[in-house]
Design a binder for this molecule. Structure first.
Ligand code: SF4
Length: 245
Protein backbone atom coordinates (compact mmCIF):
# COMPACT_ATOMS: atom_id res chain seq x y z
CA UNK A 1 0.00 0.00 0.00
CA UNK A 2 1.25 3.50 -0.94
CA UNK A 3 2.31 5.73 1.96
CA UNK A 4 -0.07 8.72 2.51
CA UNK A 5 2.79 11.22 2.10
CA UNK A 6 3.57 9.88 -1.43
CA UNK A 7 -0.10 10.04 -2.48
CA UNK A 8 -0.36 13.75 -1.61
CA UNK A 9 2.83 14.58 -3.59
CA UNK A 10 1.21 13.51 -6.92
CA UNK A 11 -1.98 15.48 -7.69
CA UNK A 12 -4.64 13.86 -9.84
CA UNK A 13 -4.34 14.65 -13.57
CA UNK A 14 -7.47 16.81 -13.47
CA UNK A 15 -5.73 19.08 -10.98
CA UNK A 16 -3.08 20.21 -13.50
CA UNK A 17 -3.71 23.67 -14.77
CA UNK A 18 -3.57 24.18 -18.54
CA UNK A 19 -0.48 26.31 -19.18
CA UNK A 20 -1.14 28.80 -21.98
CA UNK A 21 1.47 28.64 -24.77
CA UNK A 22 2.08 31.01 -27.66
CA UNK A 23 -0.86 31.26 -30.08
CA UNK A 24 -0.68 28.72 -32.87
CA UNK A 25 0.42 30.24 -36.17
CA UNK A 26 -2.30 29.00 -38.54
CA UNK A 27 -0.61 30.56 -41.56
CA UNK A 28 2.58 28.68 -40.79
CA UNK A 29 0.62 25.44 -40.48
CA UNK A 30 -1.04 26.07 -43.86
CA UNK A 31 2.21 26.99 -45.58
CA UNK A 32 3.85 23.83 -44.25
CA UNK A 33 0.85 21.76 -45.41
CA UNK A 34 1.16 23.26 -48.88
CA UNK A 35 4.88 22.52 -48.84
CA UNK A 36 4.38 18.90 -47.81
CA UNK A 37 1.64 18.42 -50.40
CA UNK A 38 3.92 19.71 -53.14
CA UNK A 39 6.84 17.64 -51.95
CA UNK A 40 4.67 14.50 -52.05
CA UNK A 41 3.51 15.28 -55.58
CA UNK A 42 6.74 16.54 -57.17
CA UNK A 43 9.54 15.22 -54.93
CA UNK A 44 12.75 17.15 -54.15
CA UNK A 45 13.61 19.50 -57.01
CA UNK A 46 17.40 19.62 -56.51
CA UNK A 47 17.71 23.35 -57.16
CA UNK A 48 19.81 25.20 -58.19
CA UNK A 49 21.81 23.36 -60.83
CA UNK A 50 25.43 24.47 -60.83
CA UNK A 51 28.90 23.12 -60.16
CA UNK A 52 30.01 26.01 -57.95
CA UNK A 53 28.43 28.96 -56.14
CA UNK A 54 29.79 31.31 -58.79
CA UNK A 55 28.20 29.23 -61.54
CA UNK A 56 24.88 29.34 -59.67
CA UNK A 57 25.11 33.11 -59.29
CA UNK A 58 25.99 33.50 -62.97
CA UNK A 59 22.98 31.33 -63.86
CA UNK A 60 20.71 33.52 -61.70
CA UNK A 61 21.81 36.59 -63.66
CA UNK A 62 21.67 34.92 -67.06
CA UNK A 63 18.15 33.58 -66.56
CA UNK A 64 16.67 37.06 -66.03
CA UNK A 65 13.74 37.37 -68.48
CA UNK A 66 14.95 34.19 -70.21
CA UNK A 67 13.95 30.54 -70.07
CA UNK A 68 16.35 28.44 -68.03
CA UNK A 69 17.18 26.26 -71.07
CA UNK A 70 18.66 29.32 -72.82
CA UNK A 71 20.49 30.49 -69.71
CA UNK A 72 21.91 26.98 -69.24
CA UNK A 73 23.41 27.13 -72.75
CA UNK A 74 25.12 30.39 -71.84
CA UNK A 75 26.43 28.91 -68.58
CA UNK A 76 27.78 25.90 -70.50
CA UNK A 77 29.51 28.22 -72.99
CA UNK A 78 31.17 30.15 -70.15
CA UNK A 79 32.27 26.86 -68.63
CA UNK A 80 33.71 25.63 -71.94
CA UNK A 81 35.79 28.83 -72.12
CA UNK A 82 36.91 28.41 -68.49
CA UNK A 83 35.30 31.70 -67.49
CA UNK A 84 33.29 30.45 -64.52
CA UNK A 85 35.55 31.81 -61.81
CA UNK A 86 35.35 35.42 -60.64
CA UNK A 87 38.96 36.19 -61.61
CA UNK A 88 38.75 34.59 -65.05
CA UNK A 89 35.50 36.35 -65.84
CA UNK A 90 36.79 39.72 -64.64
CA UNK A 91 39.97 39.34 -66.71
CA UNK A 92 38.22 38.25 -69.93
CA UNK A 93 37.58 40.89 -72.63
CA UNK A 94 33.98 42.06 -72.62
CA UNK A 95 33.45 40.83 -76.19
CA UNK A 96 34.52 37.29 -75.28
CA UNK A 97 32.03 37.14 -72.39
CA UNK A 98 29.28 38.67 -74.53
CA UNK A 99 29.83 36.15 -77.31
CA UNK A 100 29.70 33.23 -74.85
CA UNK A 101 26.43 34.30 -73.25
CA UNK A 102 24.67 35.23 -76.50
CA UNK A 103 22.17 32.30 -76.13
CA UNK A 104 20.77 33.93 -72.95
CA UNK A 105 19.53 36.99 -74.90
CA UNK A 106 20.21 40.70 -74.19
CA UNK A 107 23.78 39.53 -73.95
CA UNK A 108 25.49 42.92 -73.84
CA UNK A 109 23.32 43.99 -70.93
CA UNK A 110 23.84 40.67 -69.15
CA UNK A 111 27.60 40.90 -69.73
CA UNK A 112 27.62 44.22 -67.87
CA UNK A 113 25.49 42.77 -65.06
CA UNK A 114 27.63 39.67 -64.74
CA UNK A 115 30.82 41.72 -64.67
CA UNK A 116 29.27 44.17 -62.21
CA UNK A 117 28.38 41.35 -59.83
CA UNK A 118 31.84 39.78 -60.28
CA UNK A 119 33.58 43.08 -59.55
CA UNK A 120 31.49 43.47 -56.39
CA UNK A 121 32.26 39.89 -55.27
CA UNK A 122 36.00 40.40 -55.84
CA UNK A 123 36.09 43.78 -54.10
CA UNK A 124 33.90 42.76 -51.16
CA UNK A 125 34.88 39.14 -50.51
CA UNK A 126 37.96 38.48 -52.65
CA UNK A 127 35.75 36.49 -55.05
CA UNK A 128 34.83 33.93 -52.38
CA UNK A 129 31.35 33.00 -51.25
CA UNK A 130 32.44 32.07 -47.72
CA UNK A 131 32.39 35.76 -46.82
CA UNK A 132 28.88 36.15 -48.25
CA UNK A 133 27.73 33.19 -46.13
CA UNK A 134 28.95 34.80 -42.93
CA UNK A 135 28.24 38.52 -43.49
CA UNK A 136 25.18 40.07 -41.78
CA UNK A 137 22.31 39.29 -44.12
CA UNK A 138 20.49 42.65 -44.26
CA UNK A 139 23.53 44.75 -45.19
CA UNK A 140 24.88 42.25 -47.72
CA UNK A 141 21.45 42.04 -49.38
CA UNK A 142 21.31 45.85 -49.61
CA UNK A 143 24.78 45.94 -51.14
CA UNK A 144 23.81 43.38 -53.76
CA UNK A 145 20.64 45.30 -54.58
CA UNK A 146 22.86 48.29 -55.33
CA UNK A 147 24.76 46.37 -58.07
CA UNK A 148 23.32 47.70 -61.35
CA UNK A 149 20.79 45.36 -62.93
CA UNK A 150 20.35 43.05 -59.93
CA UNK A 151 16.73 43.15 -58.77
CA UNK A 152 15.40 41.50 -55.59
CA UNK A 153 14.57 38.19 -57.28
CA UNK A 154 18.09 37.78 -58.70
CA UNK A 155 19.72 38.95 -55.47
CA UNK A 156 17.67 36.56 -53.35
CA UNK A 157 18.35 33.65 -55.73
CA UNK A 158 22.09 34.35 -55.36
CA UNK A 159 21.83 34.65 -51.57
CA UNK A 160 19.73 31.51 -51.19
CA UNK A 161 21.11 29.15 -53.80
CA UNK A 162 24.74 30.29 -54.08
CA UNK A 163 25.39 31.44 -50.52
CA UNK A 164 22.88 29.30 -48.58
CA UNK A 165 21.27 32.28 -46.80
CA UNK A 166 17.69 32.01 -45.42
CA UNK A 167 15.93 34.25 -47.94
CA UNK A 168 12.72 33.29 -49.73
CA UNK A 169 12.58 33.96 -53.46
CA UNK A 170 9.05 35.34 -53.83
CA UNK A 171 8.84 35.18 -57.61
CA UNK A 172 5.70 35.48 -59.73
CA UNK A 173 4.86 31.76 -59.39
CA UNK A 174 4.97 31.93 -55.59
CA UNK A 175 2.93 35.13 -55.46
CA UNK A 176 0.28 33.74 -57.79
CA UNK A 177 -0.25 30.55 -55.74
CA UNK A 178 -0.30 32.43 -52.42
CA UNK A 179 -2.70 35.05 -53.75
CA UNK A 180 -5.04 32.47 -55.28
CA UNK A 181 -5.17 30.74 -51.90
CA UNK A 182 -5.98 34.07 -50.20
CA UNK A 183 -2.78 34.04 -48.19
CA UNK A 184 -1.62 37.22 -49.91
CA UNK A 185 -3.39 40.12 -51.56
CA UNK A 186 -3.60 39.82 -55.34
CA UNK A 187 -1.59 43.03 -55.58
CA UNK A 188 1.13 42.00 -53.10
CA UNK A 189 4.54 42.97 -54.42
CA UNK A 190 7.77 41.03 -54.21
CA UNK A 191 8.93 42.40 -50.85
CA UNK A 192 5.55 41.93 -49.20
CA UNK A 193 5.42 38.31 -50.32
CA UNK A 194 9.01 37.60 -49.27
CA UNK A 195 8.50 39.12 -45.82
CA UNK A 196 5.19 37.27 -45.40
CA UNK A 197 6.73 33.85 -46.05
CA UNK A 198 9.84 34.60 -43.97
CA UNK A 199 7.71 35.85 -41.08
CA UNK A 200 5.70 32.63 -40.90
CA UNK A 201 8.20 29.90 -41.70
CA UNK A 202 11.34 28.81 -39.87
CA UNK A 203 14.42 30.65 -41.10
CA UNK A 204 15.75 27.59 -42.92
CA UNK A 205 17.58 27.88 -46.28
CA UNK A 206 16.82 24.24 -47.18
CA UNK A 207 13.08 24.85 -46.65
CA UNK A 208 13.09 28.11 -48.66
CA UNK A 209 15.11 26.43 -51.40
CA UNK A 210 12.71 23.52 -51.81
CA UNK A 211 9.53 25.57 -51.32
CA UNK A 212 10.48 28.05 -54.03
CA UNK A 213 11.36 25.26 -56.48
CA UNK A 214 8.12 23.41 -55.69
CA UNK A 215 5.99 26.54 -56.18
CA UNK A 216 7.58 26.98 -59.60
CA UNK A 217 6.75 23.33 -60.36
CA UNK A 218 3.09 23.71 -59.36
CA UNK A 219 2.89 27.02 -61.19
CA UNK A 220 4.11 25.49 -64.42
CA UNK A 221 2.05 22.32 -64.11
CA UNK A 222 -1.28 23.38 -62.59
CA UNK A 223 -1.42 26.98 -61.45
CA UNK A 224 -1.28 28.48 -64.92
CA UNK A 225 -3.14 31.52 -66.25
CA UNK A 226 -6.22 29.27 -66.17
CA UNK A 227 -5.68 27.15 -63.05
CA UNK A 228 -6.17 23.39 -63.21
CA UNK A 229 -7.38 23.08 -59.63
CA UNK A 230 -9.29 19.81 -60.03
CA UNK A 231 -6.05 17.91 -60.63
CA UNK A 232 -3.77 20.02 -58.41
CA UNK A 233 -2.24 18.62 -55.20
CA UNK A 234 -3.11 21.89 -53.40
CA UNK A 235 -6.84 21.85 -54.13
CA UNK A 236 -7.80 20.78 -50.58
CA UNK A 237 -6.31 23.98 -49.18
CA UNK A 238 -8.97 25.93 -51.07
CA UNK A 239 -11.53 24.22 -48.82
CA UNK A 240 -14.17 24.02 -51.55
CA UNK A 241 -13.89 27.67 -52.58
CA UNK A 242 -12.73 28.73 -56.02
CA UNK A 243 -9.25 30.23 -56.26
CA UNK A 244 -9.14 34.02 -56.02
CA UNK A 245 -8.32 35.03 -59.59
S1 SF4 B 1 -4.13 25.25 -59.54
FE1 SF4 B 1 -5.75 25.78 -58.06
S2 SF4 B 1 -5.35 24.41 -56.33
FE2 SF4 B 1 -3.50 24.44 -57.58
S3 SF4 B 1 -2.19 26.02 -56.70
FE3 SF4 B 1 -3.40 26.98 -58.32
S4 SF4 B 1 -5.20 27.82 -57.30
FE4 SF4 B 1 -4.27 26.33 -55.93
Amino acid sequence: MMAPSMRSARPALSAWRRIPGPPRDLVRARLLRLYRGLLRRFGPQGWWPGRSPFEIAAGAILTQHTAWSQAARAVAALRARRLLTPRALAAAPEGVVAEAIRPAGTYRLKTRRLRGFTAWLLARFGGRFEGMRRAPLGPVRRELLAVPGLGPETVDAILLYAAGRPVFVADAYARRVLARHRLLARTADYETAREFVQAHLPSDPALFNELHALLVAVGKTYCRAIPLCAACPLRRDLAGRPPRL
